[in-house]
Design a protein around this ligand. Sequence first.
Ligand SMILES: C[S@@+](CC[C@H](N)C(=O)[O-])C[C@H]1O[C@@H](n2cnc3c(N)ncnc32)[C@H](O)[C@@H]1O
Length: 290
Amino acid sequence: MTIHIPVLPQEVIDGLNPQPGSTIVDGTLGGGGHAEVILERIGATGTLFGFDRDPIAVEDTKTRISAENAHLIIANYSDMPEQLSLFDVTQVDGILLELGLSSDQLAARERGFSFHSDGPLDLRFNQMAGEPAAKLVNRLSEKHLADLIYEFGEERFSRRIARKIVKLRHANKIETAAQLANIVRPCIPRTKKKSIDPATKTFQALRIAVNEELKWLKVAVNRLPDLLAPGGRIAIISFHSLEDRIVKQALQQNDQLEILSRKPIMAGEEELMNNPRSRSAKLRVAQKKH
Ligand SMILES: C[S@@+](CC[C@H](N)C(=O)[O-])C[C@H]1O[C@@H](n2cnc3c(N)ncnc32)[C@H](O)[C@@H]1O
């Protein structure tokens, strides 16, 4: 079961332009929503590869997508060339990345992605690899925490937040997502605007750090265009400015690519009403030159 609604589904299809018989890679399979739409387009003669770092996402999606021409793989999208070579595939017609986390991951209490969760503050896409966020917030120095929250969360109040975390963790180790959110919220001045949860930027920063998200994105945007056949397309959806900046620059600076989306493509009114997550989604599309 998935509760994730894929963002910009029509725009992704228009951008990738998959044809019957095409080979397409969804580098961030998640709940498989985009993959299903792509499979419909490429038909039985096409091939879909779906990657996700999260073993739970891949195993769950396998129960719904079981077509013989769909290969679902637990792997980092930056390892796509090596993974595809195991199938003797060296060129593909389209690559999709929808960055960030899925609604299924957000809803899983025991993973601590949600601010309201009394589950452990984990925030890893793959709980078998790396260090959970709770360890990081209890271990790092005040300066290191402040820098991290500033750099990966673009949070102006990072110093104040780090000072409070370090002060409070002496008495009580920070173990749950809700505990951290309650520490962060009072550090941020109230505004009249009823907007996002004040803990959002701090959680984003920790999630980026434990998953090394920007590092893998930078590797991928440099490597993946080499996999495209002439005329092949790459479509990348980002959700915040740190990601979008990396994507925009890498696509623009790649001589093999022609940019198809002069401005980032964003959700229309109907999608914004039906899927609040689409609010910050930006899609960029490029095509490999012939
Ligand atoms: C926004 S969701 C994708 C949802 C998917 N498009 C759908 O329609 O259901 C992003 C997914 O990317 C995965 N992910 C994040 N970083 C990754 C990486 N470096 N390599 C592979 N998967 C990654 C996450 O685990 C998450 O499942």
